[in-house]
Design a protein around this ligand. Structure first.
Ligand SMILES: Nc1ncnc2c1ncn2[C@@H]1O[C@H](COP(=O)(O)OP(=O)(O)OP(=O)(O)O)[C@@H](O)[C@H]1O
Ligand SMILES: [Mg+2]
Length: 344
């Protein structure tokens, strides 16, 4: 039986750009699909097609069992959407924005008001509730937009980068809201640039690049495919990075990456703790001082890097330069968890 979201062979071309090049998706009811991919991969285009905002050139899709192309109006009643760019009415207050959505969905005035109050509270917007949205900060707009998507609890929700621009506390809080929704039976398709978010929330992950699905599976399955452990070390002195890289390569870590600004070298290895001891001895023999060293399992960031050849977030100029200098791919800008004091 097809899932709550089902797509086959979606193709969408803009001029020379194949934004979608034959995308198949299936999201079982009550689960979360994390749609990952670098900038321009086709994520928003997929969301727009599935939410009836854009007609594909080819392919078909159903949402909540309803044909997206043949019965778009009905699909719109079955879904909630929070787009990549917050869609709030600037000239209405936060409370008015939410009440209006409730009324559009045929709630009584009283119900709509009560729901608005509840959501304003939940998204920490009570203090700003009666100010026009144009006075809101970016993060506040984002939260208002998400609240608007949750006024009615539709069976299927789409969220395009829901937590971009939110501070850590609000992001955490939104994750909780999403988990509650899903526990209540909602099916969710979520796009994100934060792999930690997909790891945390998604049952299944689908990685797309250049409009094609290049990998799919659970987070654990994708990590297992990326291979075994990584040695990760931080040198005390930046000038020792090339030597440290050479040492790790000597242990079979061909896919080693250097991150200049954190003085970190990472390499996939096999051999576990015994190998770690050997690496430390070798570094010691070459007088490379290290601040930290440890073994870690691959993260979703490693998966993304190995699949797409680049990190999830666009590297800043500093990292780009770092990658060039070392002749290596710049690693993720977000520091990976590093165990402190593993060995010195
Ligand atoms: N309306 C449009 N007209 C022309 N090209 C478009 C249009 N919408 C999308 N594209 C192109 O299609 C490709 C996919 O864009 P899309 O917005 O789906 O990417 P995305 O995966 O959501 O990226 P991001 O992570 O930056 O949000 C890009 O090359 C983009 O420039
Ligand atoms: Mg997008």
């Amino acid at each position: 039986m097809p899932g709550a979201i089902h797509a086959e062979g979606l193709v969408k071309t803009f001029g020379d750009v194949k934004a979608l090049d034959g995308v198949d998706l299936d999201v079982p009811e009550g689960t979360v699909l994390g749609l990952l991919g670098p900038n321009g991969a086709g994520k928003t285009t997929a969301v727009r097609v599935l939410t009836t905002l854009l007609r594909p050139d080819r392919g078909r899709a159903t949402v909540a069992g309803i044909d997206v192309l043949k019965r778009p109006q009905e699909v719109r009643h079955a879904i909630g959407l929070s787009g990549q760019f917050a869609a709030v009415d600037e000239y209405l207050t936060g409370r008015e924005n939410l009440t209006m959505v409730g009324r559009l969905y045929q709630m009584s005035a009283r119900q709509a008001k009560a729901r608005a109050t509840e959501l304003l509270e939940r998204f920490h917007l009570t203090d700003a509730a009666d100010r026009t949205a144009k006075t809101y900060s970016g993060g506040m707009r984002r939260r208002l937009d998400l609240a608007a998507a949750l006024v009615v609890s539709p069976p299927v929700m789409f969220m395009d980068e829901p937590t971009t621009g939110l501070d850590p506390r609000n992001r955490q809080q939104l994750w909780e809201v999403i988990q509650e929704l899903v526990a209540g039976g909602t099916t969710l398709l979520l796009t994100t640039q934060y792999l930690e978010e997909a790891d945390h929330l998604a049952h299944d992950i689908c990685v797309i690049d250049h409009g094609r699905v290049i990998a799919r599976g659970t987070s654990d399955e994708l990590k297992a495919r990326t291979g075994g452990e990584r040695v990760e070390l931080v040198v005390r002195d930046r000038q020792h990075l090339p030597t440290a890289l050479e040492v790790l390569r000597g242990f079979g870590g061909d896919g080693a990456t250097v991150e200049q600004h954190t003085r970190k070298v990472t390499a996939p290895v096999t051999g576990g703790a015994r190998l770690l001891a050997e690496v430390i001895r070798e570094l010691d023999a070459r007088a490379v001082e290290i601040d930290d060293i440890g073994l870690r399992r691959p993260t979703l960031d490693d998966v993304f890097l190995s699949l797409t050849g680049h990190v999830a977030e666009e590297p800043g100029p500093e990292e780009e330069q770092a990658g060039e200098q070392a002749g290596e791919q710049a690693d993720d800008r977000k520091p990976a968890p590093v165990r402190k004091g593993a060995a010195r």
